[in-house]
Design a protein around this ligand. Structure first.
Ligand SMILES: O=C(O)C(=O)C[C@]1(C(=O)O)C=C[C@@H](O)C=C1
Length: 127
């Protein structure tokens, strides 16, 4: 499942809410105690392992940017809703939501629709 975290040992871990996960131990690759060299990257081949580490740096940058953009979008969406309601308007504009859903579906397919539904909910709350 998408929300499961598969550790290199193969065990599934999901920290309880409010409790720090394994990343709280510090920078991932600086963590002591990993018995095998392939424990972090999933391969023992040094060239492949180095490339994986490099690619992961960019993946982590992208994830940070996505999180920031997600949060900014939610704030802006809340501001639009509050502005509209304070002026006597509606909480939602469904035609606009349909436009956004179609944009994400056209670009990303069915997963895009699901993503757009989550984005909209993050801003205006559940329907
Ligand atoms: O664009 C608006 O009018 C908004 O209120 C923002 C937003 C959105 O998150 O994109 C949220 C609720 C509306 O029903 C439509 C769109």
């Amino acid at each position: 499942m998408m929300t499961d975290v598969v550790e290199s040992s193969g065990s599934l871990t999901r920290p309880e809410p409010g409790r720090p996960g394994p990343e709280a131990a510090g920078p991932v690759d600086a963590r002591a105690g990993d018995a095998k060299p392939e424990a972090r990257t999933g391969t023992a081949e040094p060239t492949a392992a180095a490339r994986i580490v490099e690619i992961r740096e960019r993946i982590d940058e992208i994830d940070r940017a996505l999180i920031e953009l997600w949060q900014e979008r939610a704030r802006l969406s809340q501001e639009v809703g509050a502005t509209r309601m304070a002026s006597g308007g509606t909480r939602l504009v469904l035609a606009r939501e349909r436009e956004i859903l179609e944009r994400f579906r056209a670009a990303l397919g069915a997963d895009g629709t699901q993503l757009a539904l989550l984005l909209l909910r993050a801003g205006r709350g559940p329907l």
